[in-house]
Write a protein that binds this ligand. Structure first.
Ligand code: 4AD
Ligand code: MG
Length: 477
């Protein structure tokens, strides 16, 4: 007998045939109806047990959470709520589940409660929907780059260069933490360490991706990145996944076009392929928003919001214009912002970014040409000597989703920037080499994968869109 997934059976193609299906019991009611789920779809298949034919002992084990193997006939359902069901002929309980202690009961659990049960929460509709969408998005990302002539590059997770400056790093070391070897002046002697130098988990694959773009032309990385920032927010993880394309002979405007086309393409993919899950998540969001005051509810449903992104051009606004808008804004004048914008050069906080996106433009925004002093050393200096060709993409409800730039390709200018920031040139010798041998205009960006998943699923806490989140004081699983 052939084994089918629930998703396959629900299509009804095996009508009146003998089928086999494995899954977990979501509910068992009236000693007769099993709602079976196997993760292949949001939906359950109803399996009807004839209790007179089923041993008492087996019936007792048909509890929520138990794993079962069912054989039977696929028939049209007489009851409402489903088109097809399985008339059970044989049922085997593969793994029991104690109803007294199984945490995932068939009722609404809070997301906070489920975070404590990260190993089981994917058995709920919400988390299984989120994780299927996450998987589809990740596939769509690879497909987009493949279709557009990019090569996938695996940049290292352990890095010896800590010059990127994107955030605090996690040290990688095999030295004895209690009793490390010391140098003459009492500092930890990393020459004795595994790699003979200080190493860390990477905060970004960009610098290495640049090296590859300068040979393969168009490349991207898609891997885990690590930041030891102590930011306990709903937008920050200590371990997150980042997609970083890097393209030779591409300038900042081309970079913006690429980012916009890329984001739209992956959103289109999930709209086309994850309809059921998105509709479920849309309903979930609606329920959640009912608990909020009217003025905090979003005007658009989840799917409308995704279409809105597809159908509209991202607004491209220079940092300088953005500062003017912010200075004149109501929350700035009424001192409602926590950080009041007084002058050009201020770093934008997420309250400012969200004002621009959600109140002023009401659309995704690409901010570009930032002051050099608030951006990384590798960004291309503009002719004004003050601003760099940086771009951040800001999304409603999320804030910054992409950070990128045209890179400084001129050796002398790059060296000046490195020196001004006090970064020893030796640390970047290989990166500087890229400007000595066949340098060219090039650009790239980093998209925070979980922030994209947040946007697409309508979830509100980044801890709920990655299987096992790592945040300060939290690495249980
Ligand atoms: O703006 P960031 O720091 O840019 C870079 O790392 C560049 N090297 C990228 C490049 O040009 N290749 O980070 C890029 C994106 C952010 O826009 C945000 O979406 C996400 O990564 N991000 C985080 N996501 C979750 N948790 C964190 N702690 C994040 N920090 C950044
Ligand atoms: Mg950034």
């Amino acid at each position: 007998m052939k084994t089918y997934t629930v998703n396959e059976l629900l299509k009804g193609e095996q009508l009146l045939q003998q089928v086999k299906v494995n899954g977990w019991i979501r509910t068992f009611r009236s000693n007769r109806f099993i709602a079976l789920n196997d993760g292949s779809t949001l939906n359950n298949i109803q399996c009807v047990v004839d209790f007179e034919d089923t041993p008492e002992d087996t019936l007792k084990k048909l509890n929520t959470g138990a794993a079962v193997c069912i054989e039977g006939t696929l028939v049209e359902s007489q009851g409402k709520g489903q088109k097809y069901e399985v008339q059970v002929e044989r049922i085997e309980v593969l793994g029991t589940s104690d109803p007294e202690t199984y945490p995932i009961q068939p009722k609404k659990h809070s997301l906070e409660f489920l975070r404590e049960k990260a190993h089981l929460r994917v058995r709920t509709n919400t988390f299984s929907a989120v994780m299927r969408v996450r998987s589809a998005l990740s596939f769509a990302i690879h497909q987009y780059f493949r279709d557009n002539g990019f090569y996938y590059v695996h940049t290292p997770v352990i890095t010896g260069s800590d010059a990127e400056g994107a955030g605090e790093m996690f040290r990688v070391s095999t030295l004895d933490a209690k009793n490390p070897p010391l140098t003459e002046d009492g500092k930890v002697d990393f020459k004795e360490d595994f790699f003979g130098k200080e190493t860390n988990l990477t905060v970004s694959g960009q610098l290495e991706a640049e090296a590859y773009a300068m040979a393969l032309g168009k490349v991207y990385t898609f891997g885990p990145t690590f930041r030891a920032e102590n930011s306990n927010t709903s937008r920050h993880l200590a371990e997150f996944w980042m997609i970083e394309p890097e393209v030779a002979f591409l300038d900042l405007m081309g970079n913006m076009d690429l980012a916009e086309d890329f984001i739209k393409s992956v959103i289109r993919y999930v709209l086309d392929h994850c309809r059921e899950d998105l509709e479920f998540l849309e309903q979930r969001l609606l329920q959640e928003e009912k608990g909020k005051p009217q003025n905090e509810r979003s005007e658009m449903s989840l799917i409308e919001k995704l279409h809105f992104v597809l159908d509209n051009n991202f607004k491209r606004v220079s940092y300088t214009e953005a500062i003017e808008i912010l200075k004149r804004s109501k929350p700035n004048k009424k001192k409602k912002f926590q950080y009041i914008i007084e002058e050009w050069g201020a770093d934008l906080q997420s309250e400012h970014e969200r004002y621009l996106v959600e109140k002023h433009f009401n659309a995704p925004v690409i901010l570009f040409d930032y002051p050099a002093k608030i951006k990384a050393f590798y960004m291309r200096m503009n002719e004004d000597g003050n601003t760099v060709r940086a771009m951040d993409i800001l999304f409603p409800g999320i804030g910054e989703i992409v950070g990128g730039s045209q890179r400084e390709e001129r050796l002398d200018v790059l060296k000046e920037r490195v020196a001004a920031l006090g970064i020893p040139e030796e640390e970047l010798w290989w990166y500087l080499d890229l400007r000595k041998f066949g340098t060219a205009v090039h650009s790239g960006f980093g998209l925070g994968f979980e922030r994209l998943v947040l946007f697409v699923t309508g979830m509100t806490n980044i801890r709920d869109v990655i299987p096992f989140p790592r945040t300060p004081q939290n690495a249980e699983f």
